[in-house]
Design a protein around this ligand. Structure first.
Ligand code: GLU
Length: 484
């Protein structure tokens, strides 16, 4: 088999989003599985839609997720380009596209079109009124060579269009969808070169896929209708065409096409919230791929091993954030506290002012419950500053305020005079014939000020790691008593 070469071809029109990450991941897995090459190609031929900073975001985010390309525009270590097929940014390859467009015109597979926007709009309106699909009417194909030359000499604004032949059936076998056939009568004479000399996506991607020796084109399903145009281009150039794999649409929970409105679909925003790269990879890989086993968590090496297009679904993949939370929680639970500590500092900068042993203990407490790292600050804030009390919260069920106050005072005395331990407090409750809830609930609220938290013994245990732990505990109980 010839060398497997795949490319991820994002347009830098914004930050890398989840859909793009999935394409890049499938490219990466397919390339690694087949000992091939995974290329990053920046498709920036739409000047108006190019967003400053988007290119860096794409390259950097892929890198953070471990999906650095083998070839591509590279920003790190001062190395700009890696690979022998560059430049890997289409805006730096413009002369290649005009040269190839010229070749197509010469061979009559493409033609110059001088139609004005006004004429095109009129045509569209007429077609719309007649309930016909919008399609260019080959008006400029009727120009004689002399007329064309004259117009070119006059520097009339023009584009180059693909000359789509009539009555042909264009068929290809998609690696996900199987055989797809489209009549050439349904294919528009696509603009290949725009009036500003820039290529359209169609020309640029076919020329580059050929010149970069791409063996498999992996991209979103929204490009299926474009593929016949690309196949006609390959035929016109007399080039071998690559294989195609079109990935299923990403759907929101309400089964609509996923859009920015469905929350943070930018990968950078997920990372910012404390989703771990490994968890994101594990989540994204399942958007359209099914390993057909029970296994739910995979290392990247296992994914490389398991991945195949035979296991990619045709139907849309539902983007379910609860699943991502679940996967992220699994990864957090698997981490040892030291590792978690390093990752959490970004989200809990106050941790650096306290002894590591104290933070480790906090992380041990929270590791089981945490879904994303950004939640940590809110969950453990009471360890870092004294809580404010809502007096109502200190009262357990139907107990009276006096009773709670009395219990807190005697608990205070007990803790002050004894060693702080679960056993000794339980014994104290029993010996004094107190109701467990009426002691432990206000004690827990006194320590945290929160409606929900780990239990009072675990929290006191954690405070006791600090040299002034007991004092802190007693102060809080005191403050809670005064708030009642
Ligand atoms: N530039 C296209 C995009 O951003 C890539 C399509 C392709 O891979 O051919 O979706």
């Amino acid at each position: 088999m010839s060398q497997i070469r795949v490319r991820f071809g994002p347009s830098p029109t914004g930050n890398l989003h989840v859909g793009g990450l999935r394409t890049a991941l499938y490219d990466y897995l397919f390339a690694k599985k087949n000992k091939g090459t995974y290329i990053l190609r920046i498709e920036d031929t739409d000047k108006a839609r190019t967003v400053p900073g988007a290119l860096d975001n794409i390259v950097q985010t892929l890198h953070e997720l471990g999906l650095t390309s083998d070839e591509g525009p590279y920003w790190n270590n001062g190395v700009k380009v890696r690979g022998d097929f560059g430049p890997y940014q289409q805006s730096e390859r413009l002369s290649l596209y005009s040269k190839h467009a010229g070749e197509l015109v010469k061979n009559k597979h493409a033609y110059y079109c001088f139609c004005t926007p006004e004429r095109l709009e009129e045509l569209r309106n007429t077609q719309e009124a007649a309930h016909q699909p919008p399609k260019y009417d080959k008006h400029c194909l009727k120009l004689t060579p002399e007329e064309v030359n004259q117009k070119l000499l006059n520097q009339e604004k023009h584009v180059v269009r693909l000359n789509v032949p009539a009555d042909q059936t264009i068929t290809f076998t998609d690696m996900v969808h199987g055989e797809i056939s489209i009549s050439s009568n349904d294919v528009d004479d696509q603009v290949l070169l725009k009036s500003d000399g820039y290529p359209t996506y169609h020309l640029a991607s076919v020329v580059d896929d050929h010149l970069m020796k791409i063996s498999h084109v992996i991209r979103g399903e929204e490009w299926i209708p474009s593929t016949p145009k690309h196949i006609l281009l390959y035929a016109a150039f007399e080039w071998d065409q690559p294989q195609f794999a079109h990935l299923p649409l990403l759907l929101s929970k309400s089964k609509k096409k996923l859009s920015k409105r469905d929350g943070d679909v930018a990968v950078k925003d997920f990372l910012k919230q404390g989703y771990l790269p490994e968890a994101l990879i594990n989540f994204v890989v399942f958007l359209g791929w099914n390993p057909k086993t029970e296994q739910e968590i995979f290392t990247i090496d296992e994914l490389v091993e398991q991945f195949s297009f035979g296991k990619v679904n045709k139907s849309g993949a539902v983007f379910d954030l609860d699943k991502l939370d679940w996967i992220n929680g699994m990864y957090i639970r698997k981490m040892d506290v030291k590792e978690l500590y390093d990752k959490i500092l970004l989200f809990l900068p106050e941790a650096e002012t306290k002894p590591k042993s104290f933070i480790y203990k906090i992380l041990e407490l929270e590791r089981e419950r945490l879904k994303k790292l950004s939640e940590i600050g809110e969950r453990v804030k009471y360890f870092f500053s004294d809580p404010e009390y809502d007096p109502k919260l200190l009262i357990w069920k139907k107990a009276s305020k006096e009773n709670i106050k009395r219990n807190l005072s005697s608990t205070y005395e007990h803790i002050r005079s004894q060693e702080v331990s679960e056993d000794s407090i339980k014994k104290f409750i029993e010996e004094n014939n107190l109701k467990t809830g009426e002691v432990l609930w206000p004690l827990r609220v006194a320590l945290t000020g929160m409606e929900a938290s780990p239990g009072p013994f675990e929290i006191m245990d954690t405070f006791m790691v600090l040299p002034n732990g007991k004092e802190l505990i007693l102060n809080r109980i005191n403050k809670a008593i005064s708030s009642l």
